[in-house]
Design a protein around this ligand. Structure first.
Ligand code: GN1
Ligand code: MG
Length: 350
């Protein structure tokens, strides 16, 4: 993809002296590493068919940055670098244009594509817990909703049912076993509705995308901060703990097509629990603390129905590198859910 020169110019980068190469594995935004004048940056183009209001993202990040600056000045919070005109983002309507922003590359930092060790899972969980804890005095309701109903499982389930009404008949037919299984497991949706009506579950400042590549580590492999704050919104802790479980517990990731390789690593589960509780133990209610296992099932289930709905809708949200890509991803998450549910008595305190 060609990045318009005007985007680079907004930051004072000359095209000829700037090196840009693709970075990371995100499915939604486009991300590049940019090197200019011996300094490294991250350049990102916001996917506006998903994030329809990029200004809301910028406003959230800057109001949290202001709060952190005032109350937690030692915490590393990665905000976009302003343009020469002092803006958080730059927009261009040229070919290849859209909303772009630039982040500083945090010195002595690296990210991980996969959680290889329980130690790294613990470190990540500590950071996501710390993020929410440090913002416990910040009014979560003042945040703008960057993605309406993002982790609202009741809404996602209705979207899934709608895809079965209006999606491709051929695709729906080829997915019928997965569809049937997921409909049978809809007690997971009912449990979410109960949570929404339960005052013991509180809405806090939640990250909503807690995969390990959204944590920066230093050269001693200690986690130093979290990044990718586009989906920071008021939410339940089960979103953050659940997406860590979904992405750190399995031996292989959601792209794996050989489902026999999918297994649950219980040491990862314990590491997430330990790291998150170390930060959030005082904040969570007794009922919330009983919901770690549910959190895992909630996020895996939601991802399965999101991938499957997208498959039925001809891949309009996630895109696909081959025709059955989203069917494979959904199948992968269903097997992961089954492997998880088999371990309920081992993992869950009840
Ligand atoms: C998307 O773009 P990325 O990879 O950070 C998605 C998440 C999914 C994830 C699955 C805004 O995240 O919710 O868990 O794909 N983000 C959005 O890989 O839909
Ligand atoms: Mg993301």
């Amino acid at each position: 993809m060609e990045i318009p020169v005007t985007i680079l110019q907004a930051y004072g980068f000359e095209k000829d002296t700037t090196i840009i190469k693709p970075f990371g594995t995100g499915l939604i935004n486009h991300t590049w590493e940019l090197v200019n004048g011996g300094r490294k940056y991250i350049l990102q183009k916001i996917n506006t068919s998903v994030f329809k209001n990029p200004e809301a993202i910028a406003a959230n990040i800057s109001s949290i940055a202001d709060y952190i600056q005032e109350y937690q000045p030692d915490y590393i919070f990665v905000s976009p670098i302003p343009t020469i005109d002092g803006k958080q983002m730059v927009f261009s309507n040229e070919p290849g244009g859209g909303y772009y922003r630039v982040f500083p590359f945090v010195p002595d930092s690296h990210s991980k594509d996969v959680a290889l060790t329980a130690d790294s899972a613990y470190e990540a969980a500590l950071q996501f817990g710390r993020f929410t804890r440090l913002l416990s005095g910040f009014n979560a309701d003042s945040l703008q909703i960057t993605l309406p109903h993002f982790h609202d499982l009741d809404f996602r389930y209705r979207q899934f049912l709608e895809s079965l009404q209006n999606g491709s008949a051929e695709r729906i037919n080829s997915a019928k076993e997965l569809i049937q299984y997921l409909q049978q497991q809809s007690t997971i949706v009912a449990a979410f509705i109960d949570i929404q009506n339960n005052p013991a579950f509180k809405k806090r400042v939640t990250h909503h995308d807690t995969k390990i590549s959204n944590v920066l580590f230093n050269s001693k492999d200690k986690a130093i901060c979290v990044i990718d704050l586009d989906t920071v919104m008021p939410g339940y802790f089960i979103s953050d703990v659940g997406d860590m479980m979904r992405t750190y517990l399995p031996t292989v990731n959601e792209e794996e097509a050989d489902f026999s390789k999918i297994a649950i690593r219980t040491d990862m589960y314990r590491a997430i629990e330990k790291g998150y509780l170390e930060e959030m133990g005082e904040e969570l209610s007794a009922e919330e603390k009983q919901s770690f296992f549910y959190a895992a099932s909630f996020m895996i289930y939601m991802q399965a129905i999101r991938f499957l709905a997208d498959y039925c809708n001809n891949d309009r949200y996630y895109g696909a590198n081959y025709p059955a890509h989203n069917l494979v991803r959904a199948g992968n998450q269903v097997v992961l859910l089954k492997r998880l549910l088999e371990k309920e008595s081992l993992l869950s305190p009840k």
